[in-house]
Design a binder for this molecule. Structure first.
Ligand code: NDP
Length: 328
């Protein structure tokens, strides 16, 4: 039986521990598709899981990693056969089902997508769950009628993973993008991705007034808390804010004013349980609308072993853009 390396998170009375271990196929959980994983990535949620800062892992022991790219080794699922290139985002992988920080994974074929032919496995993980979520946010803005002619779009957490991909996508679609960041020294990086204006996140991080001057037609918010409340209070009449994140906090101290006086829509975005047709749409739009040179510019590649060191860094807002992990 083939042996492979996996990062295993275990829990006892002293807390959570992590160790790279050799596992066999028999150690994997149930599923109808066996995948040789070539690449994974570090998303904010992976940071929470590995540092145990939030109860992301809900079954022990667990192989963390909420997404991966790889090739099918064997399959009894009608849609997949050996050799198919596949990607997986979410569905509880890395939380309740062994995830992407392993050289092999066995999962439900219903959770897998065929890899878009435009992308390599490394590019798929450069996008990762963060980039796919950025696309879901852009789709939400489009569904609610936000168009480039309506005004600029705000992106919060701009230098992070969701933020960086959202800026590149929105710029390609013709939007003026206002990037809110705590790292104003990264202005050149953000402008290179397509931001037209950079604002200091301190402008948005304090408690919000119910309504404020109308500044943007829409927003992609990866930050939550007061930042989301401020984003709502400054959204133009009829605009939409796509909320996907909680980097500042899970709370939301707002009022009904933006909704009942300015007809603003707050669109929730979830990547984990998003239905398959929406995922297929998001990945095909990423293939069409994400500038690959910009994707490369926002990505660094590291060996999988670095993930434990990267986890606290992403939570501290110190990771710029995206990190691809090579499983080797
Ligand atoms: P990153 O860490 O890459 O990006 C988050 C960014 O938020 C940071 O880079 C930083 O940007 C900003 N930030 C960090 N801390 C604070 C703070 N205290 N106050 C204000 N801004 C802060 O994470 P990801 O891009 O991977 O994820 C972003 C968020 O989206 C996370 O909360 C994550 O959980 C969520 N998410 C949700 C998904 C869903 O399905 N709904 C899927 C994927 C992600 P800067 O330095 O530019 O200010």
């Amino acid at each position: 039986m083939q042996r492979f390396k996996a990062l295993v998170a275990s829990k006892d009375e002293t807390g959570q521990s992590l160790a790279w271990q050799e596992l066999g196929e028999g150690d994997l959980m149930e599923g109808d598709v066996l995948v040789r994983v070539s690449h994974s990535t570090v998303n904010y949620k992976d940071g929470l899981a590995i540092t145990a800062k939030a109860p992301v892992i809900r079954r022990w022991p667990m192989v963390p990693g909420i997404d991966f790219a790889g090739k099918v080794v064997s399959s009894s699922h009608s849609e997949f056969k050996a050799g198919d290139a596949v990607i997986l985002n979410g569905w509880g992988v890395g939380e309740t089902h062994f995830g992407g920080y392993a050289q092999m994974a066995r999962v439900k074929g219903d959770w897998l997508l065929k890899m878009p032919p435009q992308f390599s496995p490394a590019e798929c993980m450069a996008i990762g769950t963060a980039g796919y979520t950025a696309m879901l946010c852009v789709l939400a803005l489009e569904r609610h009628g936000v168009k480039p002619g309506n005004g600029p779009v705000l992106v919060t957490g701009a230098a992070g993973g969701v933020g960086s991909v959202a800026i590149a996508l929105l710029a390609k679609l013709g939007f003026q993008v206002i990037a809110s960041t705590g790292r104003t020294a990264e202005a050149d990086y953000l402008k290179g991705l397509g931001a037209t204006e950079i604002i200091d996140r301190a402008e948005l991080s304090k408690p919000a007034r119910p309504l404020n001057k109308e500044r943007w037609a829409g927003a992609v918010d990866a930050v939550g808390s007061h930042t989301l409340a401020n984003a709502l209070s400054m959204t133009k009449y009829g605009g939409t804010v796509a909320a996907c994140g909680l980097a500042q906090g899970m709370d939301l101290a707002t009022s009904v004013a933006p909704f009942i006086l300015r007809a603003v829509t707050l669109a929730g975005v979830d990547s984990v349980m998003a239905p398959k047709p929406l995922r297929v749409e998001a990945w095909s739009r990423l293939a069409a609308d994400l500038d690959r040179a910009k994707l490369e510019a926002m990505t660094v590649t590291r060996p999988a072993a670095d993930v434990v060191a990267l986890a606290p860094e992403i939570l501290a807002g110190k990771v710029r853009g995206r990190v691809v992990l090579e499983l080797g």
